[in-house]
Write a protein that binds this ligand. Structure first.
Ligand SMILES: Nc1ncnc2c1ncn2[C@@H]1O[C@H](COP(=O)(O)OP(=O)(O)OP(=O)(O)O)[C@@H](O)[C@H]1O
Ligand SMILES: [Mg+2]
Length: 250
């Protein structure tokens, strides 16, 4: 579980996050939704330590990261798996080398142990035997699956995914959403997914935070999302004609 309270962040005079509070639940795919520029990536980057927040509290399973020593922070960072916006694979490394990278960086495992772990992750994302392919030889969906394998190779307690299915066709996007959902339940981890894809919301929206202009505007799940009378949320959800029609026919 991750609790954030009163998060504030500005870049110079651009006040990006305003008093944002939320609880991301364990064993669930928690979604952060909101239009482009609303502050979703900034919030994830704060959680992973790539940006500094100006104010607020962040508790990872009850532990306050403000109160951790540098050594504790280094240990704790290894408990986070991150899937960046775009797959962000190393183009000059094979699939196997990409997935092994965090194990080489952070563990003293033998090559045999590392290879076993890499192969079990490859199997988990249905890419068994694809070890020696280069990223340029992969489809967009395969790249995302390799990135997911790399994100889970260290057996993280937390998995953060920034727009995991951007650039994919709707069918492959659903496969990626489902894979993230399955992994979350199977490993009982706290997963946060940033998205503006309404298909993802319908597919995996257990616990949703809607951020509007840097403010936490609405919280709920996919069931009550469609019944909400919140104007800004409705504008976001029903921006697509298809969803508008679905609403009218329900
Ligand atoms: N490193 C940075 N320096 C200055 N401003 C930044 C930086 N990163 C983000 N911003 C600003 O913060 C705001 C929120 O950006 P952010 O990337 O968090 O939005 P987002 O919700 O992830 O959008 P998208 O859906 O397009 O990915 C934007 O106004 C952006 O210009
Ligand atoms: Mg973003």
């Amino acid at each position: 579980m991750i609790e954030i309270k009163g998060i504030e962040k500005s870049f110079d005079d651009n006040h990006v996050l305003k008093n944002v509070s939320f609880t991301f639940e364990k064993g669930k795919t928690n979604l952060i939704i909101g239009e482009s520029g609303s502050g979703k990536t900034t919030l994830l980057k704060i959680l992973v330590g790539l940006h500094k927040k100006d104010q607020g509290t962040i508790l990872f399973n009850g532990e306050d990261i403000n109160k951790m020593s540098n050594k504790e922070i280094r240990r704790f960072r290894q408990e986070i798996g991150m899937l960046f916006q775009g797959a962000a694979l190393y183009d000059y490394l094979t699939v196997e080398e990409n997935i092994m990278f965090p194990l080489n960086m952070f563990t003293n495992k033998t090559h045999r142990e590392k290879l076993q772990r890499v192969n079990s992750c490859l199997k988990r994302v249905n890419l068994e035997g694809k070890n020696d392919l280069m990223p340029s030889e992969l489809s967009g969906g395969m790249k995302k699956r390799v990135a997911i394998a790399r994100a889970i190779v260290m057996e993280p307690k937390y998995l953060f995914c920034d727009e995991p299915n951007s650039g994919l066709d709707p069918k492959t996007a659903i496969l990626i959403d489902n894979l993230i959902q399955e992994i979350t339940v199977e490993y009982n981890i706290t997963t946060i997914v940033n998205t503006h894809d309404m298909n993802s919301v319908i597919q995996i929206g257990d616990n949703i935070a809607f951020i509007h202009r840097g403010e936490m505007w609405w919280k709920g799940n996919k069931e009550n999302l469609f019944r909400s009378n919140n104007k800004e949320l409705s504008n976001f959800v029903f921006a697509s004609k298809l969803f508008k029609r679905l609403k009218q026919s329900s």
